[in-house]
Every structure is written in C-alpha cells, then in structure tokens.
Design a protein around this ligand. Sequence first.
Ligand code: KIV
Length: 267
Amino acid sequence: MNQLVDKPLSINDISAMKRRGEKISCLTAYDASFAAVLDKVGIDMLLVGDSLGMVVQGHSSTLPVTIEQMVYHTQCVSRARKRAYLIADLPFMTYSRPDIAAKNAAQLLQVGGAQMVKLEGAKVDCVRFLVEQGIPVCGHLGLLPQSIHQLGAYSVQGKQPEAAQKLRDDAQQLQRAGASLLVLECVPAALAKEISNGLTIPVIGIGAGVDCDGQVLVLYDMLDIGVGKRPRFSKNFMIGSKSVEDAIAAYHSAVKGTEFPASEHSF
Ligand code: KIV
C-alpha cells in the first residue's frame, strides 16, 4: 500500500517518471468509490474513459456517450481523488473542429475537474488549438474505439509496414502539436517500444507490450466484472487477491515492476 498520498501529482511528476525510467500506472475510473480506492493504493493516473459507455451504461460501443455524461463521471471521480493525475476522454464527435473541441474540453476541466483531456486519432489541429488555450492533451493512437464502425473489429493495429509507419508519424506529429501524453492501444509490442523510445512524452500502453512508459487497463476488465468478454491483453487481478483493493495494489506493483503485461497479454 502506498502511504505517500499527500501531494497531488502534476503532469511534471508524470513526465519525470518517464525520464527516470519509473513505469506509470493508470486505470479507468468512473465513480467516487472506486476512485478513492485507486487513489489510496497509489495508482498514478485515473482515466475517466468513454469506455464507461460499455462497462457502466451497457452499450455495445463508446459512441453513445455524451459530453454531459463525461462531465458528470469526471466530477464523481474528481471529488474522491487526492493524489492521482486525472484525465477525461472527449467522447465521439465532441472534437470535430478545434473550436468545438475547446468548448467541450473546457467543460471537462472547468466543471468536471479533469487536469487533461484525451482524444482519439491524429487530430493535430485540435491538439494544437487546445494546447494554445492552455488545455493539456493526451493523444490516443492504435485501436480507436470511437472508429469501430470504420475499423469493423476491435483488432491489433499497425501490423503492416505502412500502418506501422503511419503510427510512428502520427505519434511524432501529436508530440510536435503539444500533446503531453500518448495512449497506444492494441499495437505490436515491438512497434510500441520503438514509438515510446522515440518520443519524449510518456506513452501509456493498453495491449501494447511492457516497454511503454506506463500501462492502462479498463478497471472492470482487470477486476473481471461485467457482461462482455475481457480482451486478451487484460488480466484478471482478482485471482490470488483477497479484495478489490488488493487486486488494484497487485496491478500497481506489477506495472511498476514490469511484470505486467507479460507476453501472453501482448501482440
Ligand atoms: O475509454 C477508455 O477506457 C480508454 C482506455 C481503453 C485507454 O480510452
């Protein structure tokens, strides 16, 4: 159990973790009770993901989630958080133009209490505009759940050389546009390692191998709660744990100690 829960983390603390080679732990959170447990255990970053559309609301994709719902869940998490850095997702179609993105991102920061917003894809103009307004941004490349109807399936991205090159280029472009973090979802571990090493900003992997600068999972997947099938890259941390708090502590320590993800959780 991490007892050093007195000082709230800033983006500088998160960036310093990459520089000194300390892995960054992140989990999704959607409510105050879980957020309090994650924070108490010492998880470094909480992500109010639009995955809540699937695991909380029961939809078959993240597309129906609205900005109002994201603000509401971000407020719930924000009230309980003491130390962890707080990121909130911009949901589908809330960043179709830079000015629209700024209006919605402002809601997540001003009303929700988030410290950073995350958006999917190489939306370089939006990222640059948000950063110019003083809004920190986390990019998200690889498998983009909001594009599921274009992709056709939740599958590994960047397997072909051209797709891998596009991911490398997009990652560099997002960093140049001012993104402070990057989530890489469902990409081959070797490619994710290369992208992480090639960027100065921290790269948080999900299904992207152990060499990213940090790891994120959907909380309900790693607690093995829910109706849907758990993705291969997730792990049931309830196995061998006496409580939810123990399972979260086991995840935190496995990320810090580079025991998670193992090769069976990677591509
Ligand atoms: O919405 C979410 O939970 C996410 C993670 C899967 C990274 O974006």
